[in-house]
Write a protein that binds this ligand. Sequence first.
Ligand code: 5GP
Length: 125
Amino acid sequence: MPVSGLGAYDDQNIFARILRGEIPSKKVFEDEFAFAFHDINPQAPVHVLVIPKARFVSLADFSARASQAEIAGFWRAVGAVARDLELEVPGYRILANVGEHAGQEVPHFHVHIFGGRPLGRMLER
Ligand code: 5GP
């Protein structure tokens, strides 16, 4: 059973459909563990989403159930995507929304990568 307030994994969620190629996306990276693509509604000049290929609802679910190889492979991919996008200098931000208080909209674990301008404060107060 997935570990999340978001319920069981829904194979019809939008990112599952993107992974199956049923919905187009602007791919920037793909390997055995991860898939990365541009966000449809970018919040910064660069706004890319990195998702695991396997079925995890959120980081809560991923951290509890993913194998060591899946966890290592996924986080290596996050770093590789940022590197490939030449964001390491001058820097970038990663963010993962988990559950209701964070406003997670899509129930397939994803990490946002933001860059391309100074990003300001972490959170609104
Ligand atoms: P969350 O709020 O769940 O952390 O973020 C979901 C993100 O997915 C949002 O930034 C939203 O713009 C993006 N998104 C939603 N639907 C699509 C889609 O069909 N294609 C792409 N590329 N991004 C999407």
